[in-house]
Design a protein around this ligand. Structure first.
Ligand code: PMT
Length: 393
């Protein structure tokens, strides 16, 4: 029985917590509840005590609690910390490490995986400062569940509605899945490449590396031995993952080909330049005339090269498309001899490059699956679960 600490912050979605506790228990989780003062205005601790079968914790400094289940003990007890609903204020505090009540103090003290189900008005969700807080939390290895889009308690429509309790529990179950990739070696490429034009300029693209890094972290959670080949990104080095940094498409090709032997799976999430300058002068190119021309040559196709190896790993490509998603993805699947391709829309407001969120349309020989818009950690876990299934098929 997995031990879940459920943190409830103040928001109308707190009324869903009763159902969430009930479902967690029927899914074999041992649940202890922590509420902020604001949360107790929406739902009584007594309701959650009755449903969880344990006293509900609300006070940071409580003489009785500190003797029995004080905040450090509670943090140590938890194998998972789920915060649902997480209000905009709660997310802001957690993202900055402000610990001024029991819930936020437990977040700092907890060493277990943390999952957050945001819930707030759509305008509050899309405010840049909330998105910054969200990105900071994701950067700190917090996994997001939702939010969903739809009609809200305030009468508005948009993103910000807390995911349904059944979806939250389904995602927790998936995220705490058995070690599907135990003893599997997996090689993942991530981020953009930089193609030098001269000593001070380069051609690159909008890839942040978030998708590839999420795949690396989730593959590790599923038990895989991960090697990550990363282009230049602003992300922190993933903990305990063998990571090699490269800059150009040529360097990425060399690193992948050097690491690929003995790998069970290769996932090419990197946005590799298709073309690179024919030659790179050693001196800065001087400004001249009103127009200039660049002469580019094709780079080597890394994922196609891996897929053409005699003992090729299960090879998964990505397809980043602005139009004809299915047609172009299926063409890449065949032409590059891939086992699977994960296609995503790019150049749109939501998902794709540099977003914390994405959606995927996945294709393989005689099969396909849709993963709807969610945070990249969650999406990575869904894609890896599918890869594990296909690998064993
Ligand atoms: O990094 P993020 O900001 O999180 O964004 C994620 C992403 C949008 C970059 C990612 O989801 C994605 O789509 N990655 C692939 C981007 C891409 O280059 O797509 P493509 O359709 O141009 O290439 C098809 C496949 O060939 C890709 O697997 C690519 O890695 C591979 N390729 C391309 C060129 C080349 N020379 N070698 C390759 O291996």
């Amino acid at each position: 029985m997995k031990r879940v600490l459920l943190g409830i912050s103040g928001g109308i979605a707190a009324y869903k917590s009763a159902e969430l506790v009930r479902l967690l228990r029927t899914n074999n989780y041992d649940v202890r509840v922590v509420m902020t003062h604001a949360a107790t205005q929406f739902i009584t601790p007594l309701t959650l005590q009755a449903l969880s079968g344990h006293a509900v914790h609300t006070q940071l400094l409580d003489a009785n609690e500190e003797n029995a289940m004080g905040h450090i003990n509670l943090a140590r007890w938890a194998e998972l910390f789920l915060i649902a609903p997480a209000s905009a204020n709660c997310m802001a505090k957690l993202s900055l490490g402000i610990a001024d009540d029991l819930l936020s103090t437990l977040y700092l003290a907890a060493e277990c995986p943390v999952y957050i189900a945001p819930a707030m008005n759509q305008a509050m969700w899309s405010k840049p400062v909330t998105q910054e807080n969200l990105n900071r939390l994701i950067h700190h290895q917090v996994s997001m569940i939702g939010p969903d889009a739809g009609s809200q308690a305030c009468g508005e429509i948009g993103y910000g509605r807390m995911s349904e309790p059944s979806d939250i529990v389904a995602q927790l179950n998936a995220l705490n899945a058995p070690q599907l990739l135990l003893n599997k070696k997996i090689l993942i490429s991530a981020g953009p490449t930089r193609e030098a034009l001269d000593p001070v300029r380069y051609i690159t693209n909008r890839s942040s590396g978030k998708m590839g890094y999420a795949l690396a972290q989730q593959a590790q959670l599923l038990g895989a031995e991960v090697t990550l080949i990363s282009g230049p990104v602003q992300l922190a080095a993933p903990k305990n993952i063998h990571t090699l940094y490269v800059e150009s498409a040529e360097e990425m090709y060399a690193a992948v080909m050097q690491q690929v032997s003995g790998q069970d799976i290769f996932i090419s999430a990197a946005a590799v330049a298709d073309y690179t300058p024919e030659s790179v002068p050693t001196e800065k190119i001087k400004k001249q005339g009103t127009h200039t021309q660049l002469s580019l040559r094709k780079t080597q196709d890394i994922v196609a090269s891996v897929a053409s190896l005699m003992n090729k790993p299960f090879t998964v490509g990505f397809a980043a498309e602005t139009h004809h998603l299915e047609q172009y993805a299926l063409d890449k699947l065949q032409r590059k001899n891939l086992d699977m391709i994960a296609a995503n829309w790019v150049g749109r407001a939501e998902g794709g490059f540099d977003s914390a969120y994405n959606a995927l349309q996945v294709y393989w020989q005689n099969g396909q699956k849709t993963f709807t818009m969610t945070d990249k950690n969650q999406l990575a876990s869904q894609l890896l679960t599918l890869i594990a299934e296909r690998l064993n098929a």
